[in-house]
Design a protein around this ligand. Structure first.
Ligand code: NAD
Length: 259
């Protein structure tokens, strides 16, 4: 991927950080984004750049703010001359039954998990079209295919991201641009740690037992999907091998959606 510029939204933690690392490992220029402390983010940025000998920049766009998303895309193009690969990964979770779900949480999940994908894609596509090449990779979820109790906003946004993936694919078909989704099941990140801790507290379990029950209820393999596996999927989608794959999705969920 040397010579290519990749933006990974929500890459200061979890899956996004792993995908940024995977692209940096192939020589790509990487733009990090996400929330966090300035010192931690700068340390992560420097480590990634030095480890792989690539340029790594951080842009602090808040994914709830359309004008900051536009600036993320525009300033990347100004600095590096292109946005070749856009990974829409930033995402948040909140769990509550519908009647108890705080409306402001609903709005936040819609904004970050879904509307940000629209704004970033809309800003990046003209740049990709000008070059006649581009990759949009949306990190959706197994929850793009089925429901989950207490996850109304998350499930709604992930189904919608898959729909947006298909429309992006259709509107760019034949242009050298593809758009696909990666749909992980459980991956051990802070987003899932919070759910494990909530389950442990609710059911009076230790963390190990709560982790196992969370996994085995829905992920038949009984194993977390690993960062390296997600990185390999993203690199495949960006590669020439996937040039005719668009509007599609890769599930990495240990059999969850086969149930
Ligand atoms: P995480 O909490 O580790 O990381 C989320 C990232 O999004 C962080 O970098 C955070 O700073 C960023 N972010 C949150 N709000 C933001 C905002 N307003 N502006 C900019 N950045 C913001 O979570 P994760 O598990 O790595 O999740 C990453 C993606 O993977 C999400 O879209 C999530 O829905 C999806 N996913 C996760 C799992 C899982 O099991 N962890 C499974 C399926 C899908």
């Amino acid at each position: 991927m040397r010579g290519k510029t990749v933006i990974v939204t929500g890459s200061t933690s979890g899956i996004g950080a792993a995908l940024a690392g995977a692209f940096a490992g192939t020589g790509a220029t990487v733009v990090l984004n996400g929330l966090g402390g300035a010192e931690e983010i700068e340390a992560a940025r420097r480590t990634l750049a030095e480890r792989h000998g690539v340029e790594v920049l951080y842009h602090g766009a808040d994914m709830t703010r359309p004008e900051e998303i536009s600036d993320l895309i525009a300033s990347t193009e100004r600095r590096f001359g292109a946005v070749d690969i856009l990974v829409n990964n930033a995402g948040v979770q909140h769990t509550d039954r519908i009647e108890d779900f705080p409306p402001e949480k609903w709005d936040a999940l819609i904004a970050i998990n879904l509307t940000a994908v629209f704004h970033a894609t809309a800003a990046a596509l003209p740049l990709m079209k000008r070059k006649g090449w581009g990759r949009v990779i949306n990190v959706a979820s197994n929850h793009a295919f089925g429901g989950g109790v207490t996850k109304c906003a998350y499930v709604a946004t992930k189904h919608a991201v898959l729909g947006l993936t298909k429309v992006t694919a259709l509107e760019t078909a034949g242009s050298g641009i593809t758009c696909n989704a990666i749909c992980p099941g459980w991956v051990k990140t802070p987003l899932v740690d919070a759910q494990i801790e909530a389950r442990a507290a609710r059911d009076g379990l230790d963390i190990e037992e709560a982790t196992w029950r969370l996994l085995i209820e829905q992920q038949p393999s009984g194993r977390f999907t690993m960062f390296e596996q997600l990185g390999a999927a993203a690199l495949f989608l960006a590669s020439d091998a996937a040039a005719n794959m668009t509007g599609s999705s890769i599930t990495q969920d240990g059999g969850w959606t086969a149930l």
